[in-house]
Design a binder for this molecule. Sequence first.
Ligand SMILES: [Zn+2]
Length: 329
Amino acid sequence: MTLKHDNKARGFDMPERIETLFGLQLREWPLFSENYDHCAETLKEEVELTADMVPCSWRIHKMLLNHRKNSLAANIDSKAIAERKCFLCADNRPEEQDSIRWRDYEILVNPYPIADNHLTIAHTEHTPQRIIGHIRDMAALTRIVPTSCVFYNGPKCGASAPDHMHFQSFAESFSTNIWMSPALLTEIAQTGAAHLYIPTEDNSIFPYFIIDSGKDKDLEAMFNKVYAALPPSEPEPMMNIVMFKNGSKTRTLIVPRKAHRPSFYGDGEGQMLVSPASVEMLGTFVTSRKDDFERLDIPTVERIYREVCLSEEEFENIVEKINEQTTVH
Ligand SMILES: [Zn+2]
């Protein structure tokens, strides 16, 4: 296997090279292939919680994946992070793990997959998880994984390696909520080829932004406007981002956040190991314990979104700030 040493990666053959990497890793890495099979089985048992509900166009699912326990239970306080070996650094990866070099990143299979084609795209350097300056990389990634969505979990919004810059991608199958009718979106700003939308009332359980853009430069300019208007937080405004290739355009979902985990997070009595990240913002809740899986119902889901996402009022303040930025005085 020489994929690791091939640094001449050019964009056009990347989808094929990634497919090859995936196939080889499935054959050569027992842990990955076992988890992958388990994931495929679990997807068949996915439960739709909103099956009998019609008030909202969003659909909510839940799934049980035991192999996600370490990720859901990850301690990301700075002391714990400083004391562990970073699993995204090349030196600490399992021997079986191979990679493809792309720009300043390495493309890796995620050995604990949530969905088909689950990849981790890790920066070659051990540099902190920050989105600013990386939006165009993320947009370019949507074109080398054209049947997947690319997502970013902020350092306090689901990333289990907040100290190492990375994206992830997986099959688009979880993303149907994002492809709602344009009539359910309201345009609030435009920068060159980039259009910024918010959902109209009653079609989402939490507030979010969508940017559609045919040009990465304009997408970045619009993203930076949204970023500047988000409630400040350290080390960066809290958010999940999901991007898709949409013909010649890129669709970007930005979900502003205010909490890392719900107040009832934990493994004690009455608590739940749920750690909302991009996948939950797309509408699928990943649990790792049968008890959590069984107890997770729509009121609990609504409570989680209420606690970790913004209220309508908090969101309205961001929209006002964006309007102030884009109004010509
Ligand atoms: Zn690292």
